[in-house]
Design a protein around this ligand. Structure first.
Ligand code: AVJ
Length: 342
């Protein structure tokens, strides 16, 4: 383990907390990122209704399936958000005079490239710091950034979002970027916790760029999460192979089916795994088991849909003031810019 001096994107009191095993990638010292999944999976599976936190979906197979989803004709989100950023990156960067772009979630998608390109074009320099729990994602992001943007100062941060953004120097003017409507995965507990922590971590010259999928006719929404090729079903059910691998459990994919719908009251797509036949699920490493009854559902993921005006009002309560609203011709997706209020 090398012991380099922390780059200046980190706040002064962070020196002892981070170490580097790979050049330009910093990991939170002592954070046991592997111990967290088992506890999370067991506790939510024992809830009523049983449910799972969305991040378990993204093992290697799950990440690849998600890439396939982004290409599906029914899944308009990625394409639409990308077109908004392609068209509006210049205006966004102009409105947010920053030195550093911090991306939450594995960076370096096509979408981020538009922002990095504009930041370099308008300001001649750019610090790019993606935060992700996955070291593989950060290594890929580093390789791509160094190849396409040798002028960029890259610092990968391997951490949970909240540990990562809390470590950034509040004096450094920063644009936090949270795209893809990942915010839609947050339930009613996660949502306020996340924005409270993010806003507290933001300094007086900081901005947030948030991608949010919008409420639209139910058929369009439901098709996006129930595609004709069954890729979404495979993505959702893959979580149980990941769990079997992590916990030594015996979820049997031949006894599972996928079900999703748009819940109009909660304004969210709900994605379930349903037991097609009863089976006992055992966790031998944890001396635990439960009966999964036929037709009983496990809520694997939610994808909330937003009214952008209401979202802006809501983030106002967290000290984030609207500073721009970018959308597509159909108004299917919104990219919202906020400024930290002091
Ligand atoms: C990555 C959370 C934005 O909710 O649209 C896509 C995940 N799940 N199809 C979404 C997802 C099934 C996606 N997010």
């Amino acid at each position: 383990m090398t012991q380099e001096k922390l780059p200046r994107i980190f706040a002064a009191d962070q020196q002892s907390r981070w170490s580097s095993d790979h050049p330009d990638i910093w990991s939170r010292r002592g954070a046991d990122l592997d111990a967290v999944p088992a506890l999370s999976i067991l506790t939510t599976l024992w809830d009523q209704p049983r449910w799972l936190e969305a991040y378990h979906l993204y093992d290697t197979a799950g990440s690849e399936l998600f890439e396939d989803i982004c290409e599906l004709p029914e899944y308009y989100l990625t394409r639409t958000e990308n077109s908004i950023l392609e068209a509006c990156a210049g205006e966004i960067i102009k409105a947010a005079p920053v030195e550093c772009i911090v991306e939450l979630g594995a960076g370096y998608s096509k979408k981020t490239v538009h922002l990095l390109t504009e930041q370099l074009r308008q300001r001649g320099k750019c610090i790019f710091a993606p935060i992700d729990v996955s070291i593989a994602g950060l290594l890929a992001s580093r390789a791509a950034a160094q190849k396409d943007f040798p002028q960029i100062e890259f610092h990968g941060i391997q951490a949970l979002y909240e540990d990562g953004f809390a470590a950034i120097d509040r004096q450094l003017p920063t644009l936090f970027v949270f795209l893809g409507s990942t915010v839609g995965n947050f339930n009613h507990t996660d949502f306020p916790r996340f924005f409270r922590a993010l806003s507290a971590a933001m300094g007086p010259n900081d901005y947030l760029l948030l991608g949010a999928d919008r409420i639209k006719p139910t058929k369009l929404l439901e098709d996006a999460y129930n595609d004709s090729r069954g890729i979404t079903a495979a993505f959702i059910l893959n979580v149980f192979r990941n769990i079997n691998r992590l916990l030594g459990s015996n979820f049997d994919s031949s006894k599972l089916r996928y079900h999703s719908w748009f819940n109009p009251e909660w304004q969210q797509i709900e994605m379930y795994a349903v037991a097609a036949a009863a089976h006992e699920i055992r966790f031998p490493n944890h001396n635990a088991a439960f009966q999964w009854r036929r037709d009983e559902k496990i809520l694997v993921e939610i994808s909330r849909k937003f009214d952008p005006d209401r979202l802006q009002e809501q983030l106002g309560f967290f000290g984030l003031a609207p500073a721009g609203h970018f959308t597509d011709v159909n108004q299917w997706f919104s990219v919202l810019l906020f400024r930290k209020q002091v």
